[in-house]
Design a protein around this ligand. Structure first.
Ligand code: CP3
Length: 355
């Protein structure tokens, strides 16, 4: 199948849908916007077909294929935002991290950080020189899309945890041990990552991304005090460097209910909620000063429709003001059924307006 040839003929001719941006800015909109973290991926037969030909990183390196993969869920589901197809590991390559993304496992790092001196081996990078294909993909996408494009990066803690653990982890013992034993090297690593990732995001916005999301997927494994000491200053630096961009800054972590206030205080304008928390309680904790995004349990997609409908309703009934973006509480898993995601999207779009 000549999948790459489909792209040039595709152009959505309808008016630009800015519902997502309005919700991020807490402005009233016609409907509650929806998008799904990991909305492009293995649950799609078309994606699996493309992956037979290209690795995940190959896709990221090829603007035409990457554009096509990013557009697929927008076309199929009718979601209110696109998210650049990429991976949080991509910008670590030019910093000197040697990694593979192993199917069913995740990122595997061949030169993990063990000693304090290892941190010095990683260099800052210039995104427009090292990752020009990302900028080209973004430019192509904004030309094609009638919804906003979300650019993204991993947050320093989540990236550092991969760099230190050497791969996925359940308990993050190596990361925490490094943090406690080598605080100076830890802060050096975090500062390097914060600077590189904020520059990477500035680059994505300069190419046309209209919002950004910072994925701190694994930071919920830290207690409040550790977050304050080892992570917070770097997140403040990072969001501080992004403020002038004037685009929504979404900050997301899994099992992060105990960190929400600090995640807001870092300087984000939208806070992502995982499915373990209540929308109304969390929003109140955040004093309604930021928009919130979430938070359907990804596993609910496997439930029969009446159960799923009830879960969506339970979320939507907690929303009484502008500034809510419907999403999952984490990414779409490969077992998901695209037609169910479409049904959720339609259900949320038809929900009574959040005036
Ligand atoms: O949301 C989107 O549609 C954009 C695509 C996207 C990918 N990775 C593509 C991908 C995004 C936003 C990411 C971010 C990412 N990558 C995170 C943060 C979000 C989260 O889920 O917490 C993390 C922790 C990673 C690291 C990573 N890369 C993991 C844990 C995995 C899954 C391993 C597996 O095989 O289950 C990957 C691989 C990866 N990145 C896939 C996709 C679609 C899996 C499919 C494939 O290998 O083709």
């Amino acid at each position: 199948m000549q999948i790459d040839l489909i792209l040039p003929t595709f152009k959505i001719m309808t008016q630009f849908n800015d519902t997502f941006l309005k919700a991020c800015r807490m402005e009233p909109a016609d409907h509650i916007p929806v998008w799904f973290m990991r909305q492009a991926g293995r649950y799609q037969p078309e994606y699996r077909e493309i992956r037979k030909k290209y690795s995940l990183l190959d896709i990221c390196h090829k603007p035409d294929v990457c554009t096509e993969v990013t557009l697929l869920p927008v076309q199929q589901l009718g979601v209110d935002a696109a998210i650049l197809f990429s991976d949080i590991m991509l910008p670590l390559g030019p910093m000197g991290v040697d990694f593979d993304i192993v199917e069913g496992v995740g990122p595997v790092i061949h030169n993990p950080v063990v000693h304090a001196s290892d941190v010095d081996k990683f260099t800052l990078f210039h995104p427009e020189q090292s990752l020009p294909y990302v900028g080209q993909t973004i430019k192509q996408l904004v030309n094609e899309l009638n919804v906003p494009l979300i650019g993204f990066t991993g947050a320093p803690f989540t990236l550092a945890s991969y760099m230190i653990e050497g791969g996925p982890s359940k308990n993050f013992f190596k990361t925490k041990s490094f943090m406690y034993h080598q605080p100076e090297a830890w802060h050096k690593l975090m500062a390097k990552l914060a600077r590189s990732m904020s520059e990477y995001l500035v680059y994505q916005v300069s190419c046309g991304a209209q919002a950004i999301q910072v994925f701190d997927s694994w930071v919920g494994n830290l207690g409040l005090e550790d977050y304050r000491e080892y992570v917070y200053p770097h997140m403040q630096t990072m969001f501080g460097a992004l403020k002038h961009l004037n685009v929504p800054l979404i900050h997301f972590g899994v099992v992060s209910g105990h960190l929400l206030e600090m995640m807001k205080d870092c300087g984000s304008t939208v806070v992502g909620l995982d499915w373990r928390v209540q929308v109304d309680e969390s929003w109140q904790k955040l004093k309604y000063e930021v928009a919130v995004q979430g938070n359907l349990d990804p596993a609910a997609i496997l439930a029969p429709w009446p159960v799923l409908e009830k879960k969506c309703t339970q979320i939507l009934e907690q929303v009484h003001r502008p500034g809510f973006i419907f999403n999952l509480g984490h990414g779409v898993m490969p077992q998901a059924d695209g037609s169910v995601l479409k049904r959720i999207t339609d259900f949320v779009h038809n929900w009574k307006s959040n005036k």
